[in-house]
Design a protein around this ligand. Structure first.
Ligand SMILES: Cc1cc2nc3c(=O)[nH]c(=O)nc-3n(C[C@H](O)[C@H](O)[C@H](O)COP(=O)(O)OP(=O)(O)OC[C@H]3O[C@@H](n4cnc5c(N)ncnc54)[C@H](O)[C@@H]3O)c2cc1C
Length: 325
């Protein structure tokens, strides 16, 4: 899809993906309007932990295991994309069976070293989603991006970029391929304030002076925002394996809904619906992927080569009925 430079673009969704896309397009001289009916940050992006974690995601998440190269490239796109603080302290495995994780890190070709705590990598970084969204909104406003508090309509005029996360029903047929995955996350007062992200079996703990972040459940097929005490209790129990005593600390529970495809990668590129580009379904790595996805979308709209990662993310990869893994 090509639109003449300067032609206006509508971006549906003001999460990590929509904001980064809007900024990337505005920087290229597009007139951009972002539509979202929700308040800023009232989305998956607003509750996320903000890990930019190619190594442990590839090591621990079966759907990410083949994509360390892409995830690393996505991480590396952040520093030049926006003037945001990135914590490069790294991440350490605190779960059981460190030998298995070490073998996995070796097999992936990850950079890691053995420490008293467990295998540690400095390849995984972190950002603060709330602070970064503030920067992205400010940068977008400076670049003359307009924001409207309303849902996008399927009949929206001109080019439409669908970055609606787990929402957006009716905007593009490919969104039917997305499965909602609800997640609980806890902000814990009195937990670790600094140091590497602690990773364990089905759980992580991000140190933070404001409140450490204990995450996250993966409840496939659920998209309601209700806080479920059983999920909170299970998450706290897992947290004990990383930080003994954490379950007794004061914690605020939040939920968010990511959207995922069968192969774990987002849908980025042309929709079967004319005039529509997709950027949705980033699952558990939306913050990590956002600037890379924004670059691909901007290239498509300029009629340029979308680059080496575009084929892996192309929505048409499912057209032959192959639902991936
Ligand atoms: C608990 C939890 C922890 C996570 N931790 C991490 C992490 O550490 N690192 C990481 O990289 N990722 C993490 N993720 C995943 C990440 O949050 C998501 O992949 C990312 O936020 C997706 O961004 P998005 O912009 O696609 O969607 P969202 O942030 O969900 O934004 C979509 C927006 O679209 C809007 N919308 C919906 N329908 C319409 C419509 N019709 N018209 C206009 N707007 C519409 C919504 O209101 C919403 O604001 C986590 C997710 C959860 C839930």
């Amino acid at each position: 899809m090509t639109a003449a430079t300067g032609a206006s673009v509508t971006v549906a969704g003001a999460g990590a993906l929509g904001l980064c896309i809007a900024l990337a397009l505005a920087r290229r001289g597009r007139e951009v309007v972002v539509l979202d009916p929700a308040a800023p940050g009232d989305n998956a992006s607003g509750v996320a932990a903000g890990m930019l974690a190619p190594v442990f995601e590839a090591a621990l998440d079966p759907l990410s295991g083949d994509h360390l190269d892409l995830l690393r490239a996505a991480r590396d796109a952040w520093p030049d994309f926006a003037p945001v603080a990135i914590d490069r302290t790294g991440a350490v495995w605190r779960g059981p069976d460190a030998g298995r994780i070490e073998a996995r890190l070796d097999a992936l070709g990850a950079r890691w070293r053995r420490t008293a705590d467990g295998p540690f990598t400095d390849e995984d970084w972190r950002l603060d989603p709330g602070a970064v969204m503030t920067v992205l909104y400010a940068q977008a406003a400076r670049a003359c991006v307009r924001f409207e508090t309303r849902p996008a309509d399927p009949a929206e005029a001109g080019v439409l970029v669908v970055a609606t996360g787990a929402g957006g029903a009716g905007l593009a047929p490919e969104l039917a391929r997305l499965t909602p995955i609800k997640g609980h996350i806890l902000r814990v007062a009195g937990g670790p304030e600094t140091g590497p992200v602690l990773r364990g079996e089905g759980v992580y703990l991000c140190p933070d002076p404001a409140a450490a972040i204990l995450g996250a459940t993966m409840e496939t097929g659920r998209d309601d925002p209700r806080v479920d005490p059983d999920q909170v209790a299970a998450l706290k129990q897992l947290g004990e394996t990383l930080w003994p005593g954490i379950s007794a600390l004061r914690a605020r529970a939040e939920t968010g809904v990511r959207a995922g495809t069968a192969d774990g990668l987002p849908l980025v590129g042309p929709s079967a619906r004319p005039g529509v580009l997709l950027a949705a379904g980033a699952r558990r790595n939306g913050w990590l992927l956002a600037p890379l996805v924004a670059g691909i979308v901007a290239a498509y709209l300029a009629g340029e080569d979308p680059g080496p990662w575009a084929a892996r993310l192309d929505p048409r990869r499912f057209d032959n009925g192959d639902e991936g893994e």
